[in-house]
Design a protein around this ligand. Structure first.
Ligand code: SAH
Length: 345
């Protein structure tokens, strides 16, 4: 048995074909699940009784319990969900002038162990299944629908490393993108990785125009390895090779995320290293204000960020500064979950 929300339409078509049934049944089921919004297979309009009975034996419905919901002054809402096995995950809804964006978690905990990130404080317990990712978005979308609004963008940048849960994340993307399901345009979906190069090669063949972001943060191996363990396995050179392949294959521009850490990666020499690395690619650089946690690392001053920004601009790079959101509700990656777990101890 698996969750009915864990299958893409393509997979459901395969299921019907394996049962010697016409594959259009999959579209009927999707209409029922995502347009009619049923929570019982027997409520799907137009579906034959025998199909309902068969599906009911192979699939179940599940939901996520919202156990905490924090709204920040700027409208950002942070959801803390409890999964069927009791695990906690968090999801963030951000309000932009272009629409509503949801930041999705992909794992319970994370094994990447980046020194600046609160998510890594709790080791990975398990991967999330596609339904557990889909429901993070669907529940919020259903809420927005009541006000005639909808989720327009999805960023796969919550807790976890999406490329360490590759197959499930790709199945999830197929479902949210489906015009019979959540209809989120592929160009409005972004996957962020700390740089698992081997999966960047696979992702180059994923036939959807989804954006790729790389959490770069440091442009020399010495610094990067010091704060991001993954760099010992996938160095900057290995990421660069994978990205060249990705670009040849997809022609899509990539984003480099760069957290600004005071006195650590924010000098003009750091900017120079970053410019050297980034100018090899068709890319955006996104400078991110660091959300301080209790690890002692500090965010760069506005003045330093401005100098860094100006340097990159002068080098003709496409650089933006990320607007800070939800800082009054501990929206930094993993913070809410970590706080809750600490409370429960
Ligand atoms: N594992 C994936 C996605 C999850 S992390 C990745 O590494 O991309 C999402 C982004 O938030 C990453 O760029 C990560 O480096 C960054 N991040 C982690 N902790 C942060 C903090 N305290 N403040 C700002 N950004 C943070």
């Amino acid at each position: 048995m698996k969750s009915i929300y864990s299958v893409s339409r393509e997979s459901l078509e395969q299921y019907f074909i394996s049962k010697k049934m016409p594959k259009f049944r999959a579209t009927q089921v999707f209409e029922g699940l995502y347009k009619q919004n049923v929570n019982n297979l027997f409520d799907i309009k137009g579906l034959k009784k025998e199909v309902m009975v068969m599906l009911n034996e192979d699939f179940f419905f599940n939901k996520l319990d919202i156990i905490d919901k924090n709204e920040a002054e700027d409208g950002t809402i942070k959801y803390l969900y409890r999964l069927a096995d009791g695990s906690l995950i968090e999801t963030v809804l951000m309000v932009h002038n272009y629409g509503y964006s949801v930041c999705v978690s992909t794992q319970v905990g994370c094994n990447m162990g980046c020194a600046f990130c609160a998510s890594g404080e709790v080791k990975k317990i398990r991967d999330l299944t596609p339904d557990e990712m889909l429901l993070q978005v669907k529940i919020i979308n259903d809420d927005l629908k009541k006000q005639d609004l909808r989720v327009t963008n999805v960023v796969i940048m919550g807790i976890g490393e999406p490329f360490d849960n590759y197959e499930h994340v790709m199945e999830f993307i197929k479902i949210i993108n489906d015009d019979r399901a959540l209809e989120i345009g592929a160009r409005h979906i972004t996957v962020s990785t700390c740089g698992i190069s081997s999966k960047i090669y696979d992702f180059a063949s994923f036939p959807y125009q989804v954006n790729l972001a790389i959490s770069l943060h440091f442009a020399t191996n010495i610094k990067r390895s010091k704060y991001m363990r993954i760099n010992n396995t996938y160095s900057l050179e290995s990421i660069a090779d994978a990205l060249k392949f990705y670009y040849q294959k997809t022609n899509r521009r990539i984003t480099f995320e760069y957290i600004m850490l005071n006195g650590i990666n924010d000098s003009l020499e750091d900017a120079e290293e970053l410019a050297k690395f980034a100018s090899k690619f068709n890319c955006y650089i996104n400078l991110i204000p660091y959300n301080e946690t209790d690890n002692g690392l500090k965010r760069s001053s506005n003045e330093q960020v401005r100098k860094f920004f100006d340097y990159l601009k002068k080098k003709n790079l496409n650089v933006t500064r990320r607007r800070e959101q939800g800082s009054d509700i501990a929206a930094a990656c993993g913070q809410l979950r970590v706080n809750k777990l600490k409370e429960e101890l």
